[in-house]
Design a protein. Structure first.
Length: 514
């Protein structure tokens, strides 16, 4: 099979340019199993939605009734049309719409053949409610720091999927690499040698803090944290771990156990784990108490606390003091850099991790999120002498470091180096800080930056939500928050003019919320 046309996967312009309106519409309404095996035929609900977007909403019902009556009659809106029905709809739209409207319809159908309402209904029906369903918009396309929703609206993304899309929300080069690899070999277990992983190991070695040379590949941040704790316990021969108040380390069993929020731990009986000892973040005396008494031999931390703390960077004195304490008591430092890694908190060039920013070398580090360019891949990285304590049979992974993940990671890290992501993060961090400093508001209490992790404090959660909602009207989308703190983590490839747009959207929304 030939690879998909690069331009078609990135944009629909080539479809519009090469085909007559009727054929272009058929191309996106009726799915072709050879070109787009991931799709279905468009639903009548999506037809109605697209018509409502490109013509006056008041005219939608009349258009459907006058022009599409026979096709709609007796048809469920949430079921894919037959090929014949799709061809009939394409003929009607090609006849009744002008060229600009046809072009817009082609793009909207290409991005989604299912209506927003159908997508929301399906998710509400089948999602196990472990988290709040975000249905304020349906993202269907991305480019750089922007996302487009199913209705054609554009937003600057201030979440980057919890820092997983530092390189932006679409990546044609990664798409091409994944296509090529999928045609060769899709999956191999973690302990099987492979070419793709060899390529990536050559690329990533020089990015690691000093001494971290051995990798154990995983698929999610929580998995990596779980395995880092197992490795630490195997090396030290001791189960005790110090974690920190307001720390967050993931949703898997071991990661939740060392996460401070009781609401995450109590439902699963993890609120009284005897091996976990919580200390106030920044309090070296509290840490030393557990290490000197022999209650713990490992310490796990985020150098910049994110989700639970609303962006709370450690002080330099604390980071260096912790390293010294652990050296003094032969304890291990586990740095959870799943969110802070690969330039996210950089203050200067070549600072790939928070560990680089603080000038410390952890004994074990967890990495993840962004180094797959949006593809799921994580790892535990450690020193040789710690790695040597692990033996065959002590752990395993079916999908960890599979060829697809390694290809995505290789391409992503190459791009990070070419673009100089740490330098970009440092530059845009200063731009955000400069813009925020100029804003005065009675409901705004202050802000913090650690690279492109930004926490903005409000006088109440209610006002924070008002501003967050208001920003969407002005093309900036933010959904992350901690109590009364709004958290911004845009893709590191955000442009300077987009930073200005975000600041302006924030300024306008603040004024409206006061």
């Amino acid at each position: 099979m030939n690879p998909p046309d690069h331009e078609i996967t990135a944009e629909t312009d080539i479809v519009i340019e090469k085909l007559e309106p009727r054929e272009a519409l058929k191309e996106v309404i009726i799915y072709n199993p050879l070109k787009n095996p991931e799709r279905t035929n468009a639903t009548m609900g999506r037809v109605a939605e697209v018509i409502g977007i490109i013509i006056e909403e008041n005219d939608k019902a009349k258009f459907l009734n006058d022009k599409c009556k026979s096709e709609i009659k007796g048809h469920k809106l949430d079921e894919p049309m037959t090929a014949d029905e799709g061809m009939a709809i394409a003929d009607i739209l090609a006849t009744e719409l002008n060229q600009n409207q046809v072009n817009q319809a082609v793009k909207l159908f290409y991005e989604s053949e299912i209506s927003t309402e159908e997508v929301i209904a399906m998710h509400k029906s089948y999602k196990i409610p472990v988290s709040r369903l975000e249905d304020d918009l349906l993202p269907v396309r991305g480019k750089g720091a922007r996302i487009w929703d199913s209705k054609g609206n554009s937003y600057i993304d201030l979440d980057s999927n919890y820092s997983a899309t530092n390189l932006g929300n679409a990546n044609p080069e990664i798409a091409r690499g994944l296509y090529n690899q999928a045609n060769l070999l899709i999956s191999q277990k973690e302990d099987r040698i492979q070419v793709a992983r060899t390529r990536f190991l050559r690329e990533i070695q020089g990015m690691m803090p000093d001494g971290l040379t051995h990798f154990y590949w995983q698929n999610s941040g929580g998995e990596a944290v779980d395995k880092s704790i197992k490795i630490a316990k195997a090396y030290t021969g001791h189960t005790g771990v110090v974690a920190f108040e307001n720390g967050f380390h993931g949703r898997t069993h071991g990661a939740v156990a060392v996460t401070y929020n009781k609401n995450y731990r109590e439902p699963f009986g993890l609120d009284k784990e005897p091996w976990v000892h919580f200390a106030p973040f920044g309090n070296l005396d509290a840490v030393e108490k557990y290490l000197s008494s022999g209650e713990a031999k490992s310490v796990i931390l985020e150098l910049v606390q994110g989700e639970e703390a609303g962006i709370n960077p450690a002080t330099e004195d604390f980071a260096h003091g912790l390293r010294e304490l652990c050296d003094k008591y032969d304890a291990l430092v586990i740095a959870d850099e799943v969110q802070t890694g690969f330039g996210r908190v950089a203050e200067d060039d070549d600072q790939w991790f928070a560990s680089h920013v603080y000038g410390i070398s952890p004994d074990i580090m967890t990495i993840g999120k962004s180094f797959g360019g949006g593809y799921p891949v994580t790892a535990v990285v450690t020193k040789k002498q710690i790695s040597d304590k692990m033996h065959p049979g002590m752990d395993g992974s079916t999908f960890g470091g599979n060829p697809m993940a390694m290809v995505a990671a290789l391409i992503a890290t190459r791009q990070m180096k070419t673009l100089g992501l740490p330098g970009l993060a440092a530059k845009h961090s200063k731009e955000f800080a400069s813009g925020l400093k100029q804003i005065k508001s009675s409901i705004l209490k202050g802000f913090r930056t650690a690279g492109l992790m930004i926490g903005i404090d409000f006088d109440s959660r209610e006002n924070m939500i008002k501003v967050q909602e208001g920003m969407k009207k002005y093309g900036a989308h933010s959904s992350l928050s901690t109590k009364a703190t709004m958290r911004w983590m845009p893709p590191l490839v955000i442009e300077s003019d987009e930073v200005e747009e975000v600041i302006e959207a924030f300024r306008k929304s603040l004024k409206e919320a006061e």
